[in-house]
Design a protein around this ligand. Structure first.
Ligand SMILES: Nc1ncnc2c1ncn2[C@@H]1O[C@H](COP(=O)(O)OP(=O)(O)OP(=O)(O)O)[C@@H](O)[C@H]1O
Ligand SMILES: O=P(O)(O)OC[C@H]1O[C@](O)(CO)[C@@H](O)[C@@H]1O
Ligand SMILES: [Mg+2]
Length: 518
């Protein structure tokens, strides 16, 4: 299915000194004269003690935080959080939640916190769970979600709502939303899901409905751009350590032991890279972004032989999408796709294990002892760890605040440690990938001391890849803006202080000082 990005997605605001706000849509963009209500959080005892609890209407977060003196201020996203005015009367809200795509640690936490956030912060009591992904809107039963029903679900892996690939039928989904009287839709899923959310939002807007569409990005592979990292990523990297440890123990216990561990990462090798950096037991990490070869000088076999001679054992971590070009060369090309249209990959871990065994048997030089560990589904079927739980909570709450405030067609996301609303088109325009000319990959190469496998042409090609500003890479996250201004409260990424430069102003959706392009 092709993604569509129409003009209603692009809401660009220009300001002084090269300031750009890539804003998200709001009901007031297409429905005139909507009533507003005071935010019920004003009288909530838990929040009334917080100084400046409400987010200032003009608070935005820069995409790039490393600055030079004279360069433009660059792209910003709207800061997430509660607004003084809301566009829904709590009794009128009828929300629903759907989870789509593959599993990821933290899905249940996000579901729990949307339900509890709506209930405890806004007094919303009508929340439906859509069973089994997008197709559940029109072909399955719904589940009534209350704080009691979701109370313990964050301790379980998976999603209590079930998930699926394929089955996206925009017309039927929007009909179902309209028929059920749903007016807030929370969509948790990866890049495909956010593409689906984009077309749902477009159709809702075309029909002129007051229905907020809020995306919560989910990807174990960390392949969604713009955001700092995806929820569940830390949990997955932590779980991967158990497999790497096992591979290491097995390998070092025998003569010429080799442990091969396959980790998830269809097109992006972030899990493999971070699991390798965290472990320090890995001798070689292979990811989709970095081509490698087996035979000859500088190849993988030569390196394995050298490492075995030096250390007597070694551990190889390989991302599932690595070396797929080599596989299709040596095996019959398989062009199968899953229900969502994602290419089905061949098992690179099994393939490389056979290749290594064959090579050393053929050469008859060294008897090796290879153990292949495939923890693929184990790293994503577990509950999220403590820090991911907190992260999921904040993402869910940001989504709730955004929908209540009348924003729609947005994805919530952490950008440089601050929660933001990001337009769908920025999330779906490309995939986040490891940049092999980035300092982070250099750190990995230096920690494993593996060959880069790159020839000069590969290296030139790699240098041309635009460096995405993401904290999991070191990259060119630089814009160059004015000097930092005074803040009222020291900015801390753990506390949420009002780390903005302006005082609270009354809310107003018209930006007088800035020019809006639509
Ligand atoms: N371009 C698209 N337009 C509409 N719907 C889409 C599109 N791409 C995918 N979808 C729908 O989104 C849902 C999830 O897509 P997919 O299976 O690709 O997983 P994902 O969200 O990318 O998650 P992940 O790949 O991280 O597991 C499916 O129901 C699929 O039909
Ligand atoms: O087997 P499933 O459920 O389709 O999921 C596998 C894919 O999902 C992901 O976890 C996320 O896209 C990939 O790493 C993996 O290839
Ligand atoms: Mg995907």
């Amino acid at each position: 299915m092709a993604s569509s990005v129409s003009d209603s997605q692009m809401k660009i605001v220009h300001g002084e000194a090269g300031y750009i706000l890539e804003d998200v849509p709001h009901f007031s963009d297409y429905i005139p004269n909507l009533p507003t209500f005071p935010n019920p959080l004003r009288s909530n005892p838990a929040y009334s003690v917080v100084k400046q609890y409400f987010v200032h209407m003009d608070d935005t977060v820069p995409q790039k935080v490393v600055v030079h003196k004279d360069s433009p201020r660059g792209v910003h996203f709207r800061r997430a959080g509660p607004r003084q005015k809301v566009y829904f009367n709590s009794d009128d809200v009828h929300a629903c939640i759907v989870t789509c795509g593959g599993l990821c640690p933290g899905l249940n936490t996000v579901i729990r916190e949307i339900v509890c956030g709506l209930s405890y912060m806004y007094g919303v009591n009508k929340v439906l769970g859509i069973d089994g992904g997008y197709r559940g809107f029109y072909s399955k039963n719904t589940i009534t979600l209350t704080p009691k029903v979701v109370n313990d679900i964050h301790k379980r892996g998976g999603t209590i709502l079930g998930t699926s690939r394929g089955g996206h039928d925009t017309g039927k989904i929007v009909d179902s939303i309209q028929d059920r009287g749903i007016n807030q839709v929370y969509i948790i899923g990866g890049d495909g899901t956010q593409r689906g959310a984009t077309v749902i939002y477009e159709e809702i807007r075309r029909r002129g409905l007051k229905v907020a569409i809020a995306g919560i990005p989910k990807t174990i592979d960390n392949d969604i751009p713009v955001i700092d990292k995806s929820f569940g990523f830390d949990t997955a990297v932590e779980e991967a350590q158990r497999a790497i440890n096992a591979a290491h123990v097995e390998a070092e216990s025998v003569e010429n032991g080799i442990g091969v561990v396959k980790l998830m990462g269809r097109y992006s090798g972030f899990i493999a890279m971070y699991a390798t950096l965290a472990s320090r037991d890995v001798d070689c990490c292979l990811i989709p972004e970095s081509p490698f070869y087996l035979e000859g000088k500088g190849g993988l076999f030569e390196f394995i032989e050298k490492r075995l001679k030096e250390n007597g054992h070694m551990v190889i971590v390989i991302a599932e999408g690595a070396g797929q070009d080599l596989l299709t060369e040596s095996m019959q090309a398989m062009d199968q796709k899953d229900a969502s249209g994602n290419k089905l990959l061949q098992d690179v871990g099994l393939w490389i294990s056979h290749k290594i065994k064959d090579h050393f048997a053929r050469k008859n030089k060294m008897a090796i002892n290879l153990k292949y560990i495939d923890p693929t589904y184990m790293i994503r079927a577990i509950p999220s760890n403590a820090s991911d739980n907190v992260y999921c909570t904040l993402l869910a709450q940001s989504a709730v605040h955004g929908a209540m405030a009348g924003y729609t067609g947005f994805t919530v996301g952490l950008v440089n440690g601050r929660h933001t609303y990001i337009p769908f088109n920025r999330i779906i325009e490309r995939q986040n990938k490891v940049v092999i000319t980035d300092r982070m990959w250099a750190r990995l190469l230096s920690s494993t001391n593996q060959p880069s496998f790159l020839n000069l042409t590969d290296f030139d090609e790699a240098k041309k890849v635009e460096q995405p500003p993401t904290p999991l890479l070191d990259g060119n996250n630089c814009n160059g803006v004015d000097e930092p201004e005074k803040t009222e409260q020291p900015p801390s990424q753990v506390l949420e202080g009002h780390n903005s430069n302006d005082k609270q102003k009354p809310e107003n959706h018209t930006h007088n000082s800035i020019k809006t392009e639509k």
